[in-house]
Design a protein around this ligand. Structure first.
Ligand code: PLP
Length: 390
């Protein structure tokens, strides 16, 4: 049976991984600055992570949400204290899209309304509501286009004001737009969105699926703006590859039985993985490290003339090579065995494990300078040949 062919594949087959490195079938080593799409937060195959999941597997791997699961309570306690949201409530699920789906549903339950405001270049997932608030018609089927959604440009106060009224259930915004190319909402804009939501009785949903879990040097990216949203969604870094997602829910939002639910969400193995991630983040001070190393890396990158529009926070960095160097990402992978992320058309996204070491970042910078040099030589050789032919 063939696989349903929906992914653009890189020409690499990883077979093992450790720390910030991945090895392929021929035992070639790759530096991972992509983290499997911002998922690897504590590094690959961390011994504490493996031990915690292994132990849990031997004790009890799964039961349904119809019984008390002390690991869920332990996770809620730890997540609350590390994130600064101890007074919020936690709903556990399995992915980023599912977290957003549940947040949208809750906002609609609470307000009794159904219209949602989202932002241009947003990405919130591929399920029904999540894809409807994603600004990409190419991935919305007619079935998904029935939702009542208005898109406004990011950081545009006037457009937001025009789209807002008493019918709006929620405004959904990413802490930093990831798939859209590492685009930052201004801190002042986020504060404005929070105020407008309060004024109109709408829920503010902060999608921290990619920008959360310490990636930006704060637990959540929106914490730079000092706001407290009604709903905060998370997933990627939460389980370091073990599928888990969650929604943090404002204390004023009252639950009722059956309001939300899931079979797999909050399972024992997922909770063990998520607890191991938080324990390691704390023990290794990964949030502070991401802030510091990210700042250093941005400083180094800012000195490269072939790079434009450098932006980001912590270890969530976007950069655009100048048009002559558009093939930089491919070059880094094929010649220097370095994985990076992309955003269309040529943005390079850096989303490494949060315990990336300075010498590994230096390895990347060296490769980057070399790649730019190699691309320059290749292009001038091609244009020399073209001139000779004509
Ligand atoms: N929200 C954001 C900001 C994302 O970047 C993504 C995935 O890239 C999602 C939601 C969807 O997450 P998942 O693929 O786990 O459903």
């Amino acid at each position: 049976m063939p696989l349903f062919d929906v992914y653009q594949l890189l020409p690499v087959t990883p077979v093992r991984a450790e720390g910030r490195f991945i090895w392929d079938e021929q035992d070639n080593r790759y530096l991972d600055l992509y983290g499997g799409h911002a998922v690897i937060s504590i590094g690959h195959s961390h011994p504490h992570y493996i031990k915690r999941i292994e132990q849990q597997l031997r004790q009890i791997a799964f039961y349904s949400n119809s019984v008390v699961n002390p690991l869920q309570e332990e996770l809620a306690e730890k997540l609350g204290s590390i994130s600064g949201y101890a007074d919020y409530q936690l709903f556990l699920c399995n992915s980023g899209a599912e977290a957003n789906e549940n947040a949208l549903k809750l906002a609609s339950f609470v307000t009794g309304r159904k219209r949602v405001i989202a932002f241009r270049q947003s990405f919130h997932g591929r399920t029904s509501g999540a894809v409807a608030v994603t600004d990409n018609p190419a991935i919305q089927a007619p079935f998904n286009q029935q939702h009542d959604v208005s898109f406004v440009p990011l950081n545009d106060r006037e457009a937001l004001q025009q789209a807002m009224d008493q019918e709006v259930a929620a405004v959904i915004v990413e802490g930093i737009q990831g798939v859209g190319g590492i685009r930052l909402p201004d801190d002042g804009f986020l504060q404005h969105v929070a105020t407008i939501c309060e004024r109109y009785g709408a829920m503010l949903i902060l999608d921290e699926v990619q920008s959360g879990y310490g990636r930006t040097g704060r637990f959540f990216a929106h914490q730079y703006a000092g706001i407290r949203p009604h709903l905060i969604t998370m997933a990627k870094g939460m389980g370091n590859g073990f599928p888990i997602g969650g929604v943090l829910i404002h204390p004023d939002i009252q639950p009722r039985k059956g309001m939300l639910g899931t079979t797999f969400g909050g399972g024992y193995l997922a909770c063990a993985a998520a607890l191991a991630v938080l324990e390691i983040m704390e023990q290794e001070n990964l949030i502070g490290h991401a802030a510091q190393l990210g700042e250093w890396l941005m400083q180094q990158l800012s000195q490269i003339p072939e790079i434009e529009n450098l932006r980001g926070r912590g270890l969530m960095i976007g950069l655009d090579p100048k048009p002559d160097f558009a093939g930089l990402r491919k070059h880094l992978l094929q010649r220097h065995r370095i994985f990076t992320g992309e955003a269309k058309p040529h943005t390079i996204r850096l989303l490494p494990p949060l315990n990336l070491q300075q010498e590994e970042a230096e390895l990347f910078l060296q490769a980057l300078w070399q790649s730019l040099d190699e691309i320059r030589k290749e292009t001038s050789a091609v244009s020399f040949h073209e001139k000779q032919k004509s």
